[in-house]
Design a protein around this ligand. Sequence first.
Ligand SMILES: [Ca+2]
Length: 337
Amino acid sequence: MVTNKRGHILVMVLSLLTLWGTLANPAGQGRSKQANAADSHAAILQRVHTNPVDGAEMVFIPAGKFDMGTDINEIEAQLKRFGLWDLPGTDEVRHCLDEVPKHSVTLPGFWMYKYEVTCRQYQKFIAATGRPAPPNWPGGKLQPGMENYPVTCVTWVDAMAYARWGEVRLAAEQEWEKAAGGADGRLFVWGNDWDPARCNSVERNAGKPLRSFKDANAWARKMFDEGIPATRWLLPVGSIKQDVSPYGCYDMAGNVSEWTASPYEAYPYPAGKAKLIICPEFFMGLRVVKGGCALSPVVACRVTERDFPPTKPEEFMDEFVGFRCAAYETAMPKPGK
Ligand SMILES: [Ca+2]
């Protein structure tokens, strides 16, 4: 553990608070403010709510500030860390450029789905609203055994309609990134070191290192050419216990990538600095997808990853794109629907 002057001062302050708490509450009458504060923080982290509409578990993400995105100067170091800096071409660099610049974001507390929305939950939505089943459900029917898999082949408009039915909403990309990485700037939901066993990614499915987009895509193409269905690579939600965020959200590194509510635009630049439109796809009415999928290489499994399905959000669907929902702290669905 690193200690510094500020750490010592904090320890002193906490010690004084403890002493004050003891003096103020002699013989254990009542408890110190510090103990109560610690309890309430633990209570917040343990707050779980079940959405009565779809039965989804939701975890609470406390209010606060975090740094979103990636500094231009960090891209080289990150790619070197993964052994991807010296590759020919610029695939990996271009993939990170839409995360620039790193910027501070302050969010109020909110609730986030603990898991990707499942086929069982989507089936309930279909039954209640008459919306068509995803086209990858044979005969329009949920296949036995697929109930706890993430729903896929849904457009952004489908996901928005689900959220409206569920009396929740799609997460903004800022909320998604905070729910995935917390506030300490970690590269992956579990920390800074890449470990293919910790999430459902291409390296886990291939059983060998496939670090670059080129290698990952070549392997995926081969699987498709052999007629192996996409569902072969997906897992029921929450299957990999290590793919869990600091707040207890599962599968934010892998399994399926997830629609967010947010338009795909350039991140804000500091006042006085030009906003560089470094990605030609910005401001084209596309929507942000966050997180890696079962065919993603390491770069796409990072917390700061953002991607853009390249066609209209009302048309695009993919066997590796699903979604999860969020809600304002004060706008949780109540039982009774
Ligand atoms: Ca995911």
